[in-house]
Design a protein around this ligand. Structure first.
Ligand code: NOJ
Length: 566
């Protein structure tokens, strides 16, 4: 085996990237999604092509070369369907069209064709739990108690006539009662999210049929799969028992509640099995990805289906949303994904999305945020999981939370102000260069303001700086693709008593060793692994570039060392 090590001289920070050449991509019969990088695009915020201050499909198409260069295998498009935009697309009023703000079906087809040319697949966001209250189904349903669509939603009498007497104590995730009174028919409808997002009644078979027809519509158009929004919440207890009241109150001032009656009911799995049959009836390894915030690995395991007949990739939120750099927690959660899931269940890790403050802020300590972002990226790309990331994560884009309630666009930020300021902060426009609006848009005003740091944190600047976070991502993504141990090797945790450094091996010939210092102090360790030859693949510490041994390795504060060992 010949390795050509080329030290890339960096100009700014103490970052050394060592590039290994000579390893071709291994060819296996694995489905494409098993080794994929899925990149979430929030369409409003990625690229505006028509100068209205809102991102659109043609904008995304114009940036495909960037995504290809980064190493993206699939784009997950947050909803692009027609929508009143109360929840910025998660309130859908037509499942088989494109919102004119984002373009047309022809623009979508062009995006798909151009993506395909570059080996990039498209994954649609499918919101099956609820529709918009402006969807014709709900308009019909709300029009009278005898309308054929009445039972497509969850309607119930209150505990007493008139408003103010909801059927039970269930709450919306977005604050206050989950029941909305409808004066016209004198009943309440259930909404897990905003009142403008009435829940569909999945106990009615017509609902499943209609929704599956829309799934077919997009499969026929060639999409590679779906990210299933809020999928554990499809069903509620039909007897409407109250949720158990827990101590304390939430950001909206409501009592904390258990969610056993409204979340993760067993009936969800029946729907998932049927949906999987449908997607499996199409050629091309179509994939089902789940938005699955669950309590533990065993609940996650159920989402794959005991016969692996449900989701291929339920998101493992247990890892990416630990929200503190705690070595023990990361070790045990990554280990769970490795050993608690049956063989064949492929984990999916994700650290960032459009619903949470950006990972650089959730994990950063305010002083070493970039170094910590490099640690997060290292975990995302050197474990065995399929990787999912969010636009701008690769640049170190930060959360830019509105300072005044009158600037807030996300309704929960208004309801919950100041405790809950909403999700605008993680949805600001992509930062392409240091020009007007970071080259996101030519508009006088963009839908959300561009973050203040765009002159230094942007694609153009970071492409030109060898030591940038963008180049760190690119290196990791490329290495993961071509390095057989990173691609296929099993993972074993090493030095498991160490509470400062997370160390693991990915097995192969050669093995890959990963050591991540989660602390602000230098840490010295001897890696529990026997090797006769050791060399560095990637590190951000100058002092570790020439590492030749796993004994007495000293990692500076928050340093990453990734090496090969034979
Ligand atoms: C999860 C989505 O990610 C979030 O943005 C949305 O508000 C809710 N589901 C409701 O659809």
């Amino acid at each position: 085996m010949t390795y050509i090590l080329e030290v890339v001289k960096k100009s700014i920070a103490a970052l050394a990237i060592l590039i290994v050449c000579g390893t071709a991509s291994p060819q296996t019969s694995d489905p494409w999604w098993k080794h994929a990088l899925v990149y979430e695009i929030y369409p409003r915020s990625f690229q505006d092509s028509n100068g209205d201050g809102v991102g659109d499909l043609n904008g995304i198409t114009s940036r495909l070369d960037y995504l290809k260069d980064l190493g993206v295998d699939a784009i997950w498009l947050s909803p692009i369907y027609p929508s009143p935009q109360v929840d910025f697309g998660y309130d859908i009023s037509d499942y088989e069209q494109v919102d004119p703000q984002y373009g047309t079906l022809a623009n979508f087809d062009r995006l798909e064709a151009e993506s395909q040319k570059r080996g990039i697949r498209i994954i649609m966001d499918m919101v099956m739990n609820h529709t918009s209250d402006k969807h014709p189904w709900f308009i019909g349903s709300a029009s009278s108690k005898t309308n054929p669509k009445r039972d497509w939603y969850v309607w119930r009498d209150g505990t007493a006539p008139g408003p103010g007497h909801p059927p039970n104590n269930w709450q919306s995730i977005f604050g206050h009662s989950a029941w909305q009174y409808d004066a016209k028919t004198g009943q309440y409808y259930y909404h897990k999210f905003y009142a403008q997002q009435p829940d569909l009644n999945w106990r009615n078979p017509e609902v499943q049929k209609a929704m599956f027809d829309s799934v077919r519509f997009w499969l026929d158009r060639g999409v590679a799969g779906f990210r299933l929004d809020a999928i554990p919440t499809l069903f509620e207890d039909p007897d409407l028992h109250d949720e158990k009241v827990l101590p304390g109150t939430n950001a909206y001032g409501d009592p904390n509640l258990d969610d056993a009656r409204t979340n993760n009911l067993p009936e969800v799995h029946d729907v998932l099995r049927e949906l999987r049959k449908l997607t499996d009836s199409y050629a091309g390894d179509r994939v089902l990805i789940g938005e699955t915030y669950l309590n533990n690995i065993h609940q996650l395991e159920e989402m794959y289906g005991l016969k692996q007949d449900q989701l291929q990739l339920p998101m493992d939120m247990q890892v990416g949303f630990i929200n503190k750099l705690d070595v023990r927690l990361f070790r045990s959660r990554i280990q769970d994904a490795e050993s608690e899931l049956p063989a064949g269940d492929q984990p999916l890790f994700v650290f960032d999305n459009h619903d949470n403050p950006r990972s650089i802020d959730r994990y950063g300590d305010g002083k070493h945020n970039l170094a910590i972002a490099r640690i997060v990226a290292a975990m995302l790309f050197t474990t065995r999981a399929t990787a999912m990331m969010y636009y701008g994560e690769e640049l170190g884009m930060v959360t830019s939370t509105p300072q005044r309630v009158e600037d807030v666009k996300d309704p929960i930020g208004v309801t919950g102000w100041p405790k809950e300021k909403g999700r605008d902060g993680e949805r600001t426009p992509m930062q392409w260069d240091a020009g007007k609006n970071a080259a996101f848009s030519t508009a006088a005003k963009t839908w959300l303001p561009v973050a203040n740091d765009y002159k230094t944190v942007n694609v153009k600047v970071e492409e030109s700086e060898k030591a940038s976070l963008l180049n760190w991502y690119k290196f990791l993504i490329a290495e993961r693709r071509k390095n057989p141990a990173l691609r296929d090797g099993g993972l074993t945790m090493l030095n498991t008593d160490n509470t400062n450094v997370l160390t693991y091996v990915r097995k192969g010939t050669p093995n890959v060793i990963v050591a991540l210092n989660f602390s602000a102090q230098p840490q010295t360790l001897s890696v529990d692994w026997k090797a006769t030859e050791v060399w560095t693949l990637l590190t951000d510490a100058d002092s570790l570039k020439e590492t030749k041994s796993l004994t007495n390795l000293t990692l500076p504060a928050f340093a990453v060392w990734i090496g090969s060992a034979e």
